[in-house]
Write a protein that binds this ligand. Structure first.
Ligand code: NAI
Length: 261
């Protein structure tokens, strides 16, 4: 098999309609994979599938991953189509500030919703699809450098990304006996719309300009450049490949050198 050849491999990618998820989908499509793309944004997902359809076999599924019924219906569809999964990529996630001093009446609900969206849904989908993952296949969960470090005002997001690493480690034991690997990826700042919204929220809270905020972020990186989705995608290719068969239960940081552990 050629290095990183995913021909005849089925890869499931959540949150594939935009940002890093779309970058991961592009990378697997370039390497020949068949893709099952999941997102809850139907228009963006249709546009993504159309863009990738020229290079790869794509099936798009519009669903909300926090809804167990929709997740189980997806699993049933894949089972009926006899899909055998090489990699399940749990990338979908949301981020917004949840400061302690948020006096909004729905502040508590928003805190819990973020946890359920970012880690509860990973549990739901992995539980539903585990029986369809082939031996030597893998699960790759999107964490963050904030799964290993922390900032103020984002306690729900930071907690969710720490929890993703805990989920990853626990499931690596549970699925290891079936020779399925489970790893997490921890990206640094990737210039997606979602991350830039968080950057602007942090700048506003601290009274800094956006330019100063970005300069501060870059000063914490050994290589002072913002990342693009393509910079993250290669690690997913590697972890899904036969070259990573002995890697499980790990959290791999991809951050231009921010956070070294
Ligand atoms: P994004 O907002 O561009 O993409 C996330 C996608 O996930 C969206 O298309 C959204 O519709 C989908 N999604 C979210 N919740 C969903 C749900 N419940 N059901 C179905 N689809 C859902 O965000 P971005 O920046 O590409 O982030 C992707 C992942 O990477 C997230 O888990 C994020 O926390 C993580 N991450 C991002 C970093 C960054 O700097 N952009 C840094 C570290 C981690």
């Amino acid at each position: 098999m050629a290095f990183l050849d995913f021909t005849d491999h089925t890869i499931i990618i959540t949150g594939a309609a935009s940002g890093i998820g779309f970058g991961i989908a592009e990378a697997f499509a370039r390497h020949g994979a068949s893709l099952e793309l999941i997102d809850r944004n139907p228009d963006a997902l249709a546009a993504a599938a159309q863009q990738l359809g020229a290079t790869s076999r794509i099936t798009a599924h519009t669903l909300d991953l926090t809804d167990a019924q929709q997740v189980n219906a997806l699993a049933e569809d894949l089972r009926q189509r006899q899909v055998s999964i090489h990699a399940l990529i749990n990338n979908a996630g949301i981020e917004y500030p949840t400061p302690l001093n948020d006096a909004a009446s729905d502040a508590e609900q928003r805190w819990h919703n973020l946890l359920h969206n970012n880690v509860g849904s990973m549990y739901l989908l992995t539980r539903a699809l585990a029986p369809l993952i082939r031996k030597s296949g893998s699960v790759i969960n999107q964490s963050s450098i904030w799964g290993l470090s922390a900032v103020a005002d984002f306690s729900a997001y930071v907690t969710s990304k720490h929890a993703v690493i805990g989920l990853t480690r626990s499931l690596s034991w549970e699925l290891g006996k079936h020779e399925i690997r489970v790893n997490a990826v921890c990206p640094g700042w990737v210039a997606t719309d979602a991350a830039m919204r968080s950057m602007r929220a942090m700048a506003a809270t601290s009274g800094k300009s956006e330019a100063d905020m970005i300069a501060e972020i870059l000063a914490q990186q050994a290589i002072p450049q913002l990342l693009a989705p393509a910079d993250i995608a290669g690690t997913f290719l590697f972890l899904a490949s036969p070259y990573a068969l002995a890697i499980t239960g790990q959290a791999i940081v991809v951050s231009n050198g921010e956070v070294m552990h």
